[in-house]
Each structure stands twice: as structure tokens, then as C-alpha cells.
Write a protein that binds this ligand. Structure first.
Ligand code: NAD
Length: 278
């Protein structure tokens, strides 16, 4: 199975589909990531705050897969933006992951009330120059945060990892990213199971038409949009299901029907508003 890749604005190539490990307890992460790699994943999305980098690292080491065939993302947590803290934070992440360089390092949240995300991103520029990460990006950034980072550092992040699913599409951030060469990574791509996305006619009818599950249709919709996506499940059968999505070619009408799901009754963010997390 060949996983499609996306070339980022710095020339780095990233598998468009990956495996995310948010809320996977450290003791389960080694098993889950081992299974994900066996299924065929080569892109793992973790974060310092997930507390499972050591489990991810153990799975990487045990897999025997050459390092250059893997794409590993981790993230700088909110209390480590100031001073040289980002240098210490990435050193700790690399030690836990037992690798010498990550492929992508992200400022996890902008924490705008602290007004230190521009500094944090400027430190990521240095970390990339030092070879500790190949690519640098941000997460949960809104348009004003993105504009400031670009204006004040002169560097455009390679990705913005944001909450994005059919019931919450962040069209303003997506449009800005498209205009500025920033790729979108969709977190919570299945809405974390908090909305009945799978029961909507748009998703259910496409699933029936393609002989696929609703989850596969939603993942195919993300891929169709050009977004990078890493759905999470710790259940092997769902991991296999979520990986078996490349043959699905949605019609324009199916894509339009899923696009029309935002707003869905009662929908919105499943996560915290980026301005409120500090
Ligand atoms: P998700 O939308 O991938 O939802 C995961 C949940 O969906 C699972 O717990 C399970 O209940 C359900 N699910 C998964 N596969 C299914 C299937 N085939 N059928 C039915 N239900 C299924 O949400 P997520 O885990 O929050 O997001 C994916 C990844 O995004 C995370 O693991 C993490 O790597 C990243 N993330 C990043 C941030 C951030 O702030 N940058 C925040 C949250 C998540």
C-alpha cells in the first residue's frame, strides 16, 4: 500500500495519512504504535503533553523500520514557550522518542494571553537550523496568530494542525493557509465521536454507495480536501479500517454534501477555543 505524500513549503515530504496517539496511555502506546506500523503506517503524531513519547519511541526502535522511512511529529507544550525552554523541551522529547531528530515540531497552542507564541516559533526556527527537527509548524493557530508569526519571524510555518471535521471546518483558517502555502493537518478528524457524523445522510449514503464504513468516508473526505490526517483508535480492527481508505474516490456531489454538514445541529468545536487556553 502506497500512502500518498504531501510536500510541505520547506520541501519536506509527509505521508498524508498517519496515526495519532492523543489520550493513548503510555503503557498502551508501544503496543498501539507497533500495530499501526505493522498495518502500514509510517507517520506518527504525538506530543510532549500526551505523556506517551517513550512508548512511541519503544515501538519505533522495536520495529526495525529505517528511520528515514518514518515521519514523527511531536509538539512543544504551552508552559515551555519562554526563554530557552523550547531547546530543553525538544531535547527531552528526542530522548524519550530515542531518535536524534523529529520530522515535524509544532507549537502546540498559541496561548495568546501570554503573548509568547512568536518567541516560541522563533526558537523552533533555531531548532530546525540545529538539525533537531526537519520541519516546523504550529497548531491551533487562528488567522491573527498566523499573521503575526509570519510578519515577525519572516518564516511561514509548514503546517497548522487544527480541529477540523465535517461538523467544524474552520473555513477562514483553511482559506488563509491555502493562500500562504501552509498545509492543514486535521485533528479530531472524526469529531472525536462527539457528533453523529456517521448517521448523517451525507456520510451514510456515500458509505453505502462505496461499500465503505462511515469512518472511512469521513477520512476519504479529509484526503480529498488535501488535508493531512491521523485518526486515532487503539482497537486494531478500527486501525485497519481507518487505513483502508485510499481507493475511495468521492464524487463532487458527495463532497459537497459532506461540506454542507458545517453547521450541523449543535455542532462546533469539540476542543477548547485557542484564545481560551493559556
Ligand atoms: P478522532 O476524531 O480521530 O477521534 C478518535 C475517536 O474516534 C476514537 O477514540 C474512537 O472513539 C473513534 N473512532 C476511531 N476510529 C473509528 C472508527 N473506524 N469507527 C468508529 N469510531 C472510530 O480524534 P482525536 O484522537 O482527537 O484526533 C486524532 C489525532 O489528532 C490525535 O490522536 C492527535 O494525534 C491529534 N490531536 C491534536 C490536537 C492538537 O491540539 N494539536 C488535539 C487533539 C488531537
Amino acid at each position: 500500500m502506497t500512502i500518498p505524500t504531501v510536500t510541505l513549503n520547506d520541501g519536506v515530504s509527509i505521508p498524508q495519512l498517519g496515526y495519532g496517539v492523543f489520550l493513548v496511555p503510555s503503557e498502551d502506546a508501544e503496543r498501539a504504535v507497533t500495530e499501526a506500523l505493522e498495518i502500514g503506517h509510517r507517520h506518527i503524531d504525538t506530543a510532549a503533553i500526551y505523556g506517551n513519547e517513550a512508548g512511541v519511541g519503544a515501538a519505533i526502535a522495536k520495529s526495525g523500520i529505517p528511520r528515514d522511512e518514518l515521519f514523527i511529529t511531536t509538539k512543544l507544550w504551552n508552559d515551555r514557550h519562554d526563554g530557552d525552554e523550547p531547546n530543553a523541551a525538544i531535547a527531552e522529547s528526542l530522548e524519550k522518542l530515542a531518535i536524534e531528530q523529529v520530522d515535524l515540531y509544532l507549537v502546540h497552542w498559541p496561548t495568546p494571553a501570554k503573548d509568547n507564541y512568536v518567541h516560541a516559533f522563533s526558537k523552533l526556527i533555531e531548532l530546525r537550523e540545529q538539525g533537531l527537527t526537519r520541519s516546523i509548524g504550529v497548531s491551533n493557530f487562528l488567522v491573527p496568530h498566523l499573521e503575526r508569526v509570519v510578519a515577525e519571524t519572516g518564516v511561514t510555518p509548514s503546517v497548522n494542525q487544527i480541529e477540523l471535521h465535517p461538523a467544524y471546518q474552520q473555513r477562514d483558517v483553511v482559506a488563509w493557509a491555502a493562500d500562504h502555502g501552509v498545509r492543514i493537518e486535521s485533528w479530531g478528524p472524526l469529531g472525536q465521536g462527539k457528533y453523529d457524523l456517521f448517521g448523517t445522510p451525507a456520510v451514510a449514503e456515500a458509505a453505502a454507495a462505496h461499500g465503505k464504513t462511515p469512518a472511512q468516508i469521513v477520512i476519504a473526505w479529509h484526503l480529498h480536501k488535501g488535508n493531512i490526517v491521523f485518526p486515532k483508535s487503539v482497537r486494531k480492527e478500527r486501525m485497519i479500517e481507518n487505513f483502508d481508505v485510499f481507493g475511495v474516490s468521492l464524487t463532487d456531489a458527495e463532497v459537497a454534501a459532506i461540506d454542507a454538514l458545517d453547521p450541523l445541529d449543535g455542532s462546533g468545536r469539540v476542543g477548547t477555543h485557542p484564545n481560551d487556553l493559556n
